[in-house]
Design a protein around this ligand. Structure first.
Ligand SMILES: C[S@@+](CC[C@H](N)C(=O)[O-])C[C@H]1O[C@@H](n2cnc3c(N)ncnc32)[C@H](O)[C@@H]1O
Length: 407
């Protein structure tokens, strides 16, 4: 392993021997110049600039994408990610001067990608974000004055038909969220404001501080917080999050603006089994992490956003959703679905195109998927995934399958 990572592993009490046994880090260093553990990479770097504009369960660490793109592709190449999720591949490709195309089923994930990658008039963006925030603050002050004040001044309370929103937010947080949503139409950069609101709504749910990713039920009473090791009160407002994420968004968009290149980024919403790309497009390679079988429900993880903005859901087209489990039937459907995606996009790949698929393939499905798609397996790299966020200190290992399109 790299010295810097060994040092960091000691600091974080990470078991190096297990990593050595399961990953062949010496080979990773020899071939890729990196052991792929990224232990020394600080949280701020893992979530640098627009990568943290909105949380997303199941995204990969940008440094992993960077290592592979730099090693196997060059400037002006075109990279496809048929499961582009929150857009990590697209962003990293662009920074390296590579064109990129993303296909993604979930409309909300597509919104995240679009907001991250679009080119903006940043002065206008800043002005609008600040203006919306100022109006929200004024509204929030009125809420603080109480019911009587609202009644006497004929200030209307916001209503919603969504049982989910009523269940998962305190009354005050919901009023602030609905107010902010009501003013979004007044601005030109509506998508950015939606992302700020959605990110804030995610944080303002009635959830314990330690369980942002997969909360089970709303918490309305004081509770023992595993993260802070003290009793914490349920979240009672959205303003503080909207305030924090407003400034954070401005800063992150600016940071990416300074790094972005003129390489194109094309985003297509749809089912990757069926999507058609422009006929004349020629793709040099794929870097992607598909959904895995029975692990995550990708629409459901952003339920708050779907409830807030009424995006059309297409859950039934998700490949390998958690709700379908991991039994034999689910695995078969998964192999069929993923193979169909790669066969569909394969016709746009140049002969000899390189295909990198990142997966925690504990059922060993990818060699078969590769065969079905006429991809030749060149190599497999292994790496640990060390989750140091929230309560989840689990580690698991994932593989990067390296295929080549056979001619
Ligand atoms: C593991 S995630 C990709 C995460 C991405 N690498 C990132 O860093 O954000 C897999 C993605 O595949 C999407 N997906 C699932 N079924 C799909 C389908 N039939 N067509 C296109 N995308 C699909 C999911 O919505 C999810 O966003």
């Amino acid at each position: 392993m790299l010295e810097t990572n060994i040092k960091a592993a000691k600091k974080f009490n990470i078991d190096i021997e297990l990593i050595r046994k399961k990953t062949n880090s010496e080979k990773n260093i020899r071939v890729l110049g990196d052991d792929l553990t990224f232990i020394h990479v600080r949280e701020a770097e893992r979530t640098k600039h627009v990568h943290r504009l909105h949380p997303y369960l199941g995204k990969f660490i940008p440094q992993l994408v960077e290592v592979f793109l730099k090693k196997y592709f060059k400037k002006n190449d075109t990279i496809l990610d048929p499961f582009s999720g929150s857009g990590t591949t697209l962003i990293e490709a662009n920074v390296l001067g590579m064109n990129s195309i993303g296909i993604e089923l979930s409309p909300f994930n597509v919104l995240i990608q679009k907001v991250k990658t679009k080119k903006y008039d940043l002065l206008e963006v800043e002005k609008e974000i600040k203006d919306a925030l100022k109006r929200l603050k004024a509204f929030s002050r009125q809420l603080t004055r109480g019911e009587r004040y609202l009644f006497e001044n004929k200030i209307k309370r916001f209503e919603t038909n969504s049982a989910y929103l009523k269940e998962w937010f305190s009354d005050r947080a919901l009023q602030e969220i609905l107010f902010y949503r009501s003013i979004i139409n007044d601005y030109r950069n509506q998508d950015i404001l939606k992302i700020i609101l959605s990110r804030s709504a995610r944080s303002a749910r009635l959830i314990p501080h330690y369980d942002l990713a997969r909360p089970k039920k709303p918490i309305r009473e004081r509770y023992w917080c595993i993260k802070h090791r003290r009793f914490c009160d349920p979240i009672d407002e959205a303003l503080k999050f909207i305030n924090r994420y407003s400034w954070d968004t401005i800063r992150r968009l600016r940071e990416f603006e300074n790094l972005r290149t003129s390489a194109f980024i094309k985003i297509i919403q749809g089912d990757a089994r069926k999507v058609k790309l422009p006929k004349n497009i020629k793709i040099d390679g794929i870097f992607t992490s598909p959904p895995y079988v029975g692990v995550i429900d990708y629409h459901e993880q952003h339920r708050y956003a779907y409830e807030l903005f009424d995006f059309p859901r297409q859950d039934e087209l998700e490949i390998g959703p958690a709700r379908k489990g991991q039994n034999g039937h689910a695995k078969q459907a998964y192999v069929d679905g993923i193979s169909e995606v790669f066969r569909n996009v394969s016709r746009y790949l140049k002969d000899g195109a390189l295909i990198f698929i990142v997966a925690n393939d504990k059922f060993n499905l990818y060699p078969e998927i590769g065969r079905r798609c006429n991809f030749k397996l060149i190599d497999i790299f292994h790496r640990p995934v060390l989750m140091r966020t929230e309560r989840d200190s689990n580690k698991y290992f994932e593989s990067i399958f390296y295929f080549k399109k056979s001619s």
